[in-house]
Structure formats: structure tokens, C-alpha cells
Design a protein around this ligand. Sequence first.
Ligand SMILES: C[S@@+](CC[C@H](N)C(=O)[O-])C[C@H]1O[C@@H](n2cnc3c(N)ncnc32)[C@H](O)[C@@H]1O
Length: 215
Amino acid sequence: MSNPDGDRLFMKSRHRVKTYGEVFTPRSMVDQMLNLVSHDLEAGEGFVDKTFLEPAAGDGNFLVAILQRKLAAIEERLDPAIWSRESLFALASIYAIELLQDNHRDAQDALVNEFVRFHEGHGTRCSSRTDLYHAATFLVETNILHGNTLTGRSPDGEEIEFSWWTRQPHDPSMVKREPFTFNSLREDGAFDFAIYGSYEPCPVQHVHRKANADA
Ligand SMILES: C[S@@+](CC[C@H](N)C(=O)[O-])C[C@H]1O[C@@H](n2cnc3c(N)ncnc32)[C@H](O)[C@@H]1O
């Protein structure tokens, strides 16, 4: 029988298990859990934009599985002409926080690698010379954050800041970035958008080029 986890270890050290609760979930269990939200993830209307937050990302096993399943659904259900744009919105829908620096880096790398693999598998250039690649890495760097979920703060003590990536109603390729703090999610659903400068809408493929309009 094939093993989807290959030679993956589920624990790196006893110290890390004891100190950080670091035990990785096998892929079969990740898939069983994602099956519970299959409608939002890959089947229902607007599935590309349905958001997921991993509060203890580890090395990204849930994040990669979520991206793989969204990309598979994009491939199956949408016109190839919009795969690039929709794949970026899929990335924009995946958020995470991870405490340990090595896991955080691995989680970011794993997501970018999965994104590149999808496009190169379909003959679409996604090298570091393309906007597609730079938009993808920007979204991953902005959404997959290093910090402590319990305090809502980065290792420097700054508030963890996420961004909402809102599709523009008149043009589904345009996105508007709206930053908010993670801690504001805990306050009766009140996003603190207002305290941040706003960003002008831009094509999602150019999201990495967009400076803060109020800067
Ligand atoms: C049990 S592992 C789970 C990893 C992954 N979610 C999985 O299921 O395979 C827990 C992860 O949470 C991280 N972690 C522990 N406390 C955390 C905190 N307060 N904030 C963010 N991440 C934390 C650990 O560093 C570790 O990578």
C-alpha cells in the first residue's frame, strides 16, 4: 500500500514535542479532516475565496493539502484561461501562524513549491522572472506569519497583521488589500480595518507591486 507521507517523521525531537506540542498530522488524517469541509474547500459556489486559518501551521501540511485541493478544483471546474488568476486568489485565501522559525520557513516554502509545481505542470512559466511567481510569494509572505497565536504577536512583540484580499465586484481579477490585526478577530468579530492605510485595488497578478496608497 502506498504511503502518502513517504519517509516523513511525525516528531522531530522529544524536546520539541514537550515544549511546543510539535507532532505532525499524517496526510490521511489531514484529508479526512478536510473532507468535513469539502463543500467550502472545493465544491461549493465561490470555493476559491473561502478562507482557511491554520493557527499552528507546523511545516505546512494542512496548508499544502488545502492548496492542492483548491487547485485541483480550479483545474476541474474553471476555464484554463483564468487558472493563473484563480490560483492566486486560492493562495490569498490561506492564512497561518507558526511559532517556530524553521517550521514557519518550511511552511512558506512548501506552499510556494506547490503553487509552482501546479503551474509548471501545466506549461505555465512560474519562475522568479514572472509576475505570477512574485505575486504568489508576496501573498505567502503576507498570509503565512511567524508569531504566537495565543498572544497575537510576532517574535518582536508587534501585533500580527493579516490582510483581507477582497475581489472587486466589477472585475473578478482585481483585488483590494485591507489589513487588520489578528487580535481584532477575537473582539466580537470587529475587524480593525479603519486603523490602517488603505490600498488601491490592483490586478491580483500585480499585488506585489502595490504600495500602500496612504504611505
Ligand atoms: C502539533 S504541531 C501541529 C502542526 C500541524 N498543524 C499538523 O497538524 O501537523 C503544533 C505546531 O504548533 C506550533 N505552535 C505551538 N504553540 C504555538 C503558538 N502559541 N502559536 C503558533 N504556533 C504554535 C508548534 O511550533 C508546532 O509547529
